[in-house]
Design a protein around this ligand. Structure first.
Ligand code: GUN
Ligand code: ZN
Length: 354
């Protein structure tokens, strides 16, 4: 078919370094136009080219090589967020639906009302790609039709098929395939047949990697894992699999076992952990990050109420924790002891449970 006609080379190559012998986990070197990333990788969510409140220097310190930027389109001007290199760019529609709550979705695109002057705006697949092409991130995302994971009925099927149609419009509009990788997104809610159908359609397209979307919206864990499994069973081993919006430590460990390579989540930059006023330990005694080396929980508690500094400090810790976790996972896969890593991890997270 036309879709499969030109199997070109992509601006991304994935080299599998080691595979777990009992799960679908693997560790890879993912070569992007501007960086080589070791996977599995966690991508913190950045704004304006850095993580919330962090100085570029603090980012360097964390050794964070890849992060997620968002595409916003407000008030007829673009607020383009994201650094042109070492980042992944989300398509914008998801943020509109999830944050603005003003979205109406039509076949043309995501329509919404300006929060400023109530004028109507439309983000089409073509416009989303145009914005992402102009920002220039290494990985860009198709515009997808996202429904909350708790929605049931015909709307889920409509959104899945529309996501495929929008993918083809995004691919046609993409002007920089030589140096920007476009990822389609598997949708289909919690319906196994729809997920399967969607993944099977997407793999017919010649794209450099795939994302799994529409999950982690509060659905049952068993359903969440099932949808991830169905998707990774179909998506090709040779290409990276990016599970969108997933980033709690437990979910990272499980979904690596299910074959996912990339993750993002706003949680470590948005949530300041529970900190206690009279707790003079660092957040984490085992952590080597600059926050844990220098500050007690009590100190952070006193500054957290007034100072954005505390937010930065806690963000440094949270992101350092996530990145460390991923490095430990990578190492355990290389040494083929990932199942043991999972056992220990769960024992630590859930002490006194069988
Ligand atoms: N972030 C988390 N989930 C999703 C999704 O399904 N689509 C997009 N575009 N971004 C996401
Ligand atoms: Zn720390």
């Amino acid at each position: 078919s036309l879709l499969m006609a030109s199997k070109g080379t992509h601006a991304l190559s994935l080299k599998i370094i080691a595979e777990c012998s009992t799960t679908k986990a693997r560790t890879c070197k993912m070569k992007l136009p501007h960086y080589v990333v070791d996977t599995p990788v966690f991508m913190p969510v950045g704004t304006q080219g850095t993580l919330k409140g962090l100085l570029p220097q603090q980012l360097e310190e964390l050794d964070c090589k890849i992060m997620l930027g968002n595409t916003y389109h407000l008030g007829h001007r673009y607020i383009c967020i994201g650094k042109s290199w070492r980042s992944t760019q989300d398509s914008g529609g998801f943020q509109m639906v999830s944050l603005l709550k003003l979205a109406e979705i039509t076949e043309e695109g995501v329509k919404f009302e300006s929060p400023h002057d109530r004028s109507e705006m439309m983000l089409t697949p073509e416009k989303s790609i145009e914005i992402q092409n102009s920002i220039g991130a290494d990985i860009i995302m198709q515009l997808d039709d996202v429904v909350h994971s708790c929605v049931t009925g015909p709307r889920v099927e409509e959104a899945m098929y529309r996501t495929i149609r929008w993918l083809d419009r995004c691919i046609a509009a993409h002007k920089r395939p030589h140096d920007q990788c476009i990822f389609p997104i598997v949708q289909g809610g919690l319906y196994p047949d729809l997920r399967k159908k969607c993944a099977e359609e997407l793999i017919k397209r010649d794209v450099p990697g795939f994302a799994i979307g529409g999950l982690s919206g509060g659905e049952e864990k068993s359903q969440f894992w099932k949808m991830v499994t169905i998707s990774t069973d179909i998506l090709p081993k040779e290409k990276p699999r990016y599970l969108m919006g997933v980033g709690f430590a437990i979910d990272l460990v499980v979904c690596v076992a299910l074959g996912c390579d990339m993750f993002d989540c706003v949680y470590p930059t948005r949530t300041a952990k529970d900190i206690y006023a009279k707790d003079f330990r660092p957040i984490d005694e085992n952590c080597k990050c600059s926050t844990c080396q220098q500050y007690t929980r009590a100190y952070l508690h006193t500054v957290v109420q007034t100072e954005t500094v505390a937010c930065q400090l806690v963000t440094v810790h949270n992101v350092a924790y996530q990145l460390d976790l991923m490095r430990s996972i990578q190492q355990s896969i290389v040494e083929d002891r990932f199942p043991e890593f999972i056992r220990r991890f769960f024992n630590k997270q859930f002490p006194n449970k069988d």
